[in-house]
Design a protein around this ligand. Structure first.
Ligand code: FE2
Length: 309
């Protein structure tokens, strides 16, 4: 028995009773609409205890929450970082295309290195979790998407708690889960930049259980620059997952307005294509973290120290 299966017996495919109990709790808690995830906050830089606890409670229910504020008191780039810190998210993943501070501005751009990557265009992004190409030591457990400006049209996110995707897949056939937990099931080929290897091949499972008993999902629905293990069980599992991501009734939709943000434990999400105008040029700031949103160990949320202004 592994450390993970002791911490989370419900993820053990042989423990049906533990799974059923956990499954029922997750489905009962899950929000019926996106509105249940929204927390109005007066000032995202200085959340009140009530606001912070409300965000964390929603993350416990659905691994995601949305904050909404009418306040733009500071530099926008400070907002996701400060919101993250107040929710226990402290270690930013500084990725290849992030600004130096680890906050990545996502906007459609026509030139430069970023323009070669779909997130930096106005095209649709398929279902994925963030950092699926990261090595295990840089596993993205949480992320924030903070909206500075919306597009004139489009740019909507669909969201699905990855635990709900796991449940739908396991309910349809537990063998799909076994197939996607194989350590060599999904490989993202190495990326080259100007003839140099910028990142090596990344091979790993789709679903894994971390040592603290949390489900982690590493996934992209993209069809290029990805190599799935070539076996019928994997093919069946990925097809079943695609069907779930097309039809699952728990899929939520959010179109962020300025000064709203999604904070989540790296749930499945996509983005629709969008059209900018001179007055509405979409800009979303993204922060990725190695920690998950959770109450701090050893005390209630309200004991978090206040952040400096
Ligand atoms: Fe993403």
């Amino acid at each position: 028995m592994t450390v993970a299966s002791i911490a989370a017996p419900h993820f053990d495919l042989t423990d049906r009773a533990a799974y059923q109990a956990w499954r029922d709790r997750r489905l009962t808690a899950y929000p019926r609409s996106i509105d249940e995830l929204i927390v109005e906050v007066a000032d995202p830089l200085h959340l009140t205890v009530t606001e912070r606890e409300a965000l964390i409670a929603r993350c416990k229910r659905a691994n995601m929450a949305i904050y909404a504020s009418g306040c733009r008191a500071a530099s926008d780039a400070d907002i996701p970082r400060h919101v993250g810190e107040q929710l226990g998210l402290r270690t930013l993943d500084v990725n290849y295309l992030a600004d130096d501070d680890g906050i990545t501005p996502l906007a459609a751009t026509d030139s430069g290195t970023r323009s070669g990557y779909i997130p930096y265009t106005n095209r649709a992004l398929r279902w994925h979790t963030d950092g699926y190409y990261n090595p295990p030591e840089r596993r993205i457990r949480a992320m924030i998407l903070h909206c500075v400006q919306r597009a004139e049209e489009g740019g909507e996110n669909r969201l699905l708690d990855h635990e709900l995707a796991y449940i739908a897949l396991r309910d349809s056939d537990p063998r799909h889960i076994a197939a996607l937990m194989q350590p060599d099931v999904m490989t993202i080929p190495a990326r080259s930049e100007e003839g140099e290897i910028a990142r090596g091949d990344q091979t790993g499972p789709v679903f894994s259980v971390t040592e603290d008993g949390r489900l982690h999902m590493r996934y992209t629905a993209r069809t290029r620059s990805i190599a799935w293990k070539d076996e019928p069980a994997v093919h069946a599992a990925t097809q079943a997952l695609l069907r779930i991501l097309d039809t699952d009734p728990h899929i939520l939709r959010a179109r962020l307005e300025p000064d709203m943000g999604i904070v989540c434990n790296n749930v499945l999400h996509d983005r629709s294509a969008f059209t900018d105008s001179s007055s509405h040029r979409r800009l979303v700031l993204r922060a990725r973290y190695y920690e998950a949103v959770r109450p701090p160990r050893g005390g209630p949320v309200s004991l978090l120290p206040p952040l400096p202004a």
